[in-house]
Design a binder for this molecule. Structure first.
Ligand SMILES: [Zn+2]
Length: 157
């Protein structure tokens, strides 16, 4: 299928060719002062085959967004993909891919050791009833089990 060139980088990626889980550089921007933003896709689930259920995904988002900042002060944003198969993470002035994998791995360990979901209340969250710590841990463990594949977007080994 021939697709028109899209503005969003990942819309130009053939999602039938990727093999989850993986972490891939999805974009890079340089500001007028030379600061650089690197954006990564963290794909947890195989596109169009699997997805994360919302309560687990939502708790995973809270846990990762809060904890990843303990491992790097260069994180700009971590947020879920609407297709429920992964997350985006962006860093400023940090372009070491292997370190990104290590930062994500440490964050996943935090998820597995968590005893509560941060900020899952009606003051700090927009849908505080939709959370599952256990669901987040199941997703995190499955992702960590395939740590050796994270660098490999297309399953090339
Ligand atoms: Zn929330």
């Amino acid at each position: 299928m021939i697709m028109p060139k899209m503005n969003v980088e990942s819309f130009n990626l053939d999602h039938t060719k990727v093999v989850a889980p993986y972490i891939r550089l999805a974009g890079k921007m340089t500001g007028t002062n030379g600061d650089e933003i690197h954006k990564y896709d963290i794909r947890f689930k195989q596109p169009n085959k699997e997805h994360m259920d919302m309560p687990g995904l939502h708790s995973l988002e809270h846990l990762m967004a809060e904890n990843i900042r303990n491992h790097s002060d260069k994180v700009v944003d971590l947020s879920p993909m609407g297709c429920q198969t992964g997350f985006y993470v962006s860093f400023i002035n940090h372009d070491n891919y292997e370190e990104v994998l290590d930062i994500v791995e440490k964050t996943i360990h935090d998820v597995l050791h968590a005893t509560e979901v941060p900020a899952c209340n009606e003051v700090q969250c927009g849908w505080a009833a939709s959370h599952s710590l256990e669901g987040a841990k199941v997703i995190a463990q499955a992702f960590l089990d395939k740590r050796a594949q994270w660098h490999d977007v297309f399953g090339e080994g």
